[in-house]
Design a protein around this ligand. Structure first.
Ligand SMILES: [Zn+2]
Length: 480
């Protein structure tokens, strides 16, 4: 059952079905993997031509693949906060750098910990650092970055200051993550089910996969461009040579295959120790990546599908029938309610998402729109997406001028290149924008109702430097 919320907030709080008693008794282990910056259309199981993802393809073939899964935003911090709270960004409040998740918000790890799970998290990128609050509820929470330790003790900082100038983009964290998980398997209490969270970072730019992944998908390239400094180097621009852009995509794909092999290593290790029996494995991402489809590169710039669509695969042999593909739109905020349902947690915190296990079992649910939000370039972008239509409010410019809102017919215009204007006779767009406004108001009202505000993160100067280097903290002039 869901904790009571005022009726007026019903739009923001989708009904969450009570998990069936049988699953509550079995108490599966949960493995949740977030692969940073991973576009679904670059994965074999989503129809990509290159062999970037044999392990994920296997999980999808034996499990359930969601064709149309979307995040809440196009960058790491708000998306992971949504993954961990089941709340939209306007409710959890982590829009900006330097904010910490309010301790009043119940995270997935806290809920599972309270339900008797042993909880362990391993992360590879700076926004998963516990200073942002996403480590709350983990019995074990370890940084797998080589440059910013999870506990910013004075000793760590001294060591850090002596270390060679390192950058998160140069960091290769997958092997270390696999090593840390291996170490944890021998330490964990074996008398309880476990929740294991992995944040795999290497697909995030820069695109510098180690050999043999660096040449795997473009062995014949003879040009001078490599995948370093993707965001900063001037040669990487919208009019760049197509052959060089092709090479960058091959390097991105190399990072995906490298990470897929890390995922295989982790799952093989868990299986060898008998730790994958009755285990729900979920693989997803926080957002995608842009390669000039709409003129910009990276992420945290737009709310187009190349950055908001994410993969979602559920693998739970014996419980979920293998090979199912779900075309209904699902959202990153649906992951937490689904995991809690699978774990048999009956009293759940208020969430915007809903349990999508019925879809994974072949049942139907009412279509649910996805609220997308982004603060960038001193503007607030908001969008509402269904499988048929996306409407976007581009917000006000710093000079106060309201930019025109648009609609995008996703059924006819998948690349999102032919916007349909507001107030031009397309009733779907006008209705979509009204629905967007209502959904946003509900999400904001829920935040007020929850009475929780994101407090300021205690941003260590070293972490701030790291975030600047990773392109997250930028002056607006530096953006494209
Ligand atoms: Zn990210």
């Amino acid at each position: 059952m869901q904790r009571l919320v005022p009726l007026a907030l019903a739009a923001a709080v989708a009904a969450t079905s009570v998990s069936c008693g049988e699953e509550a008794e079995r108490r599966p282990n949960i493995v949740l993997v977030s692969i940073d910056s991973l576009r679904p259309d670059h994965l074999g199981c989503y129809g990509y031509g290159r062999e970037t993802s044999p392990e994920l393809d296997r999980l999808a073939a034996e499990g359930v693949r969601f064709e149309s899964a979307v995040s809440t935003s196009s960058w790491t911090l708000p998306a992971h906060a949504a993954l961990f709270t089941g709340l939209y960004d306007s409710t959890h409040g982590l829009f900006d750098n330097g904010l910490r998740l309010a301790p009043e918000h119940r995270t997935l790890a806290e809920e599972l910990q309270s339900a008797g799970y042993h909880t362990a998290g391993f992360f590879g990128g700076p926004y998963l650092h516990p200073t942002f609050g996403l480590g709350d509820g983990f019995d074990v929470y370890r940084s797998c970055m080589t440059t910013v330790p999870a506990e910013l003790s004075e000793e760590d900082l001294r060591r850090e200051s002596r270390a060679p100038e390192g950058r998160s983009h140069d960091d290769i964290t997958g092997p270390r993550t696999a090593d840390e998980v291996e170490r944890w398997t021998s330490e964990r209490p074996a008398d309880r089910p476990y929740f294991l969270f992995l944040h795999l970072w290497d697909v995030h730019y820069d695109f510098i996969p180690p050999a043999p992944y660096d040449r795997m998908f473009d062995p014949g390239y003879a040009g001078a461009l490599d995948g370093r400094d993707f965001m900063g180097r001037p040669e990487v621009h919208p009019g760049m040579a197509p052959r060089d852009l092709e090479h960058l995509l091959a390097l991105y794909d190399g990072e995906i295959r490298f990470t897929d092999d890390i995922l295989k290593r982790v799952l093989d290790s868990l299986r060898a120790k008998g730790m994958l029996e009755n285990t729900l494995v979920i693989v997803t991402a926080d957002h995608g990546e842009e390669f000039f489809e709409h003129g910009t590169k990276g992420h945290q710039k737009t709310l187009f599908d190349e950055v908001v669509k994410i993969p979602l695969v559920l693998h739970w042999p014996g419980t979920l029938e293998g090979g199912r593909v779900v075309s209904d739109q699902v959202r990153i905020v649906d992951v937490m309610p689904s995991v809690l349902a699978a774990a048999g947690v009956r009293e759940k915190p208020t969430m915007a998402g809903r349990d999508i296990l019925p879809l994974a079992r072949g049942q139907s649910l009412e279509p649910a729109p996805a609220l997308l939000e982004l603060r960038a370039d001193k503007r607030e972008f908001r969008a509402l997406r269904t499988n048929e239509l996306k409407v976007i409010r581009y917000g006000r410019r710093p000079d106060g001028r309201e930019l025109p809102s648009v609609g995008l017919d996703l059924a006819k215009d998948r690349p999102e290149r032919q916007p349909i204007g507001e107030g031009r006779g397309d009733a779907r767009v006008d209705e979509g924008l009204r629905r967007l406004d209502r959904t946003l108001e509900s999400a904001q009202a829920l935040r007020t109702w929850l009475g929780a505000k994101a407090t300021s993160a205690d941003m260590d100067p070293e972490l701030e430097r790291k975030l600047r280097e990773t392109g997250y903290l930028m002056d607006s002039e530096q953006r494209e």
